[in-house]
Design a protein around this ligand. Structure first.
Ligand SMILES: *[C@@H]1O[C@H](CO)[C@@H](O)[C@H](O)[C@H]1NC(C)=O
Ligand SMILES: *[C@@H]1O[C@H](CO)[C@@H](O)[C@H](O)[C@H]1NC(C)=O
Ligand SMILES: *[C@@H]1O[C@H](CO)[C@@H](O)[C@H](O)[C@H]1NC(C)=O
Ligand SMILES: *[C@@H]1O[C@H](CO)[C@@H](O)[C@H](O)[C@H]1NC(C)=O
Length: 324
């Protein structure tokens, strides 16, 4: 009898640890930033840590060959590739979360808004996403690409050629060149429902459970850094940066940002650090809670957080920008 009770207790303890891996968690996928690759150490570390802490499966989804293709494949195509991949992953069919890193947010939002028949996305956790555009080209990761980029920019950012061959061109929004942007920019105006309004995109974006927008206080890659919160320069001026709530995208609710915000589903988070430099404690505080499904699970996590320890020589901060 005594040994049976002991057996039952053992089973109970074991299943407590197994539960988070099965019932309470849904998988997440990571879309990395420009010049990066799923194989790079920063990205694998990031995905593995979050997976370990949350007990949910994490996948980094690569588009093409990684670094080079992140610069050169236009987003409509990057999104189509990502859409096909998430549809093929049966693990995601019951729903999943997306973590977007910088430019990876364009792919993530593309999947949420444009992917017909894709599995449902619960939360979008966005780190340094250029959601409202950027007004300068991100720093280059490799010299060869840089020369190409400078040439192309000088040529004409909104020319058909550049739009077809330089991915960041499709979210560059020069505030004093809005007409050209609206006419020729291939991706961001579509994603933000700026010109043609597609109610399906809005409906899908508004159906998120949570939109977590993480801005990096010392971000000097995104211009302006407030784009991570959907803030941007007003049309025609470089002088001020409007907070999200004062942009037309928000007030006219083109994409459902206002709807989500009024429902309390948008979390505006700023963390210290440069572009995509996030500490373990901020990852735990701002990302982890959205990777575990239920509040009870979240409580259990924080109660047992002391058991998630790592040896002192491991870095306490991850740098996820071109993290070779
Ligand atoms: C999470 O909680 C809700 C109720 O709040 C419950 O219906 C659902 O089954 C729970 N999910 C899991 C996976 O336990
Ligand atoms: C994640 O957990 C596994 C198994 O416990 C361990 O081998 C691995 O080192 C952990 N990874 C990280 C990044 O902590
Ligand atoms: C809006 O997007 C949906 C989903 O991609 C598509 O089926 C539909 O044709 C689009 N509507 C318009 C008016 O473009
Ligand atoms: C976040 O923003 C607020 C308001 O601008 C500021 O006071 C705070 O220092 C910022 N940084 C962090 C890391 O919270």
């Amino acid at each position: 009898m005594a040994s049976l009770r002991c057996f039952l207790i053992t089973v109970a303890v074991v299943s407590l640890f197994l539960v988070p891996r099965t019932a309470d968690s849904i998988p997440f996928v990571v879309f990395h930033g420009i010049s990066d690759s799923c194989r790079n150490r920063g990205i694998t570390q990031f995905t593995t840590l979050l997976s370990n802490w949350s007990g949910s499966q994490g996948y980094c989804i690569e588009i093409g060959n990684g670094a080079w293709d992140s610069w050169t494949i236009p987003f409509v195509k990057q999104t189509a590739i990502a859409c096909k991949k998430v549809k093929q992953m049966s693990e995601l069919s019951q729903g999943y979360n997306i973590i977007g890193l910088s430019q990876g947010n364009m792919v993530g939002r593309g999947v949420i808004e444009l992917c017909d028949g894709g599995p449902p996305v619960r939360n979008l956790i966005s780190l340094a996403g250029p959601h409202a555009g950027i007004a300068a080209v991100p720093l280059c990761g490799s010299a060869a690409v840089c020369i190409l980029v400078d040439l192309l920019i000088e040529f004409a950012i909104y020319s058909g050629f550049v739009q077809e061959h330089l991915a960041p061109a499709s979210y560059i929004k020069i505030p004093t060149d809005i007409d050209a942007y609206r006419k020729a920019c291939k991706f961001l105006p579509k994603l933000n429902n700026e010109i043609h309004k597609n109610s399906t995109y809005k409906e899908r974006f508004s159906s998120l459970d949570n939109l977590v927008l993480i801005k990096f206080e010392k971000d000097d890659i995104l211009v302006p850094k407030e784009t991570s919160w959907f803030g941007y320069f007003p049309d025609g001026s470089w002088e001020t940066v409007l907070p999200a709530q004062e942009t037309t995208l928000y007030t006219e609710d083109w994409i459902g940002l206002k709807t989500l915000d009024e429902a309390g589903k948008v979390k505006f988070v700023n963390v210290s650090g440069g572009h995509l430099e996030i500490s373990y404690s901020d990852m735990k505080k701002y990302i982890l809670p959205y990777l575990v499904e239920n509040a009870t699970m979240q409580t259990r996590l924080s109660e047992s957080s002391h058991s998630y320890s790592w040896s002192g020589h491991q870095p306490q901060t991850l740098k996820l920008y071109a993290s070779h």
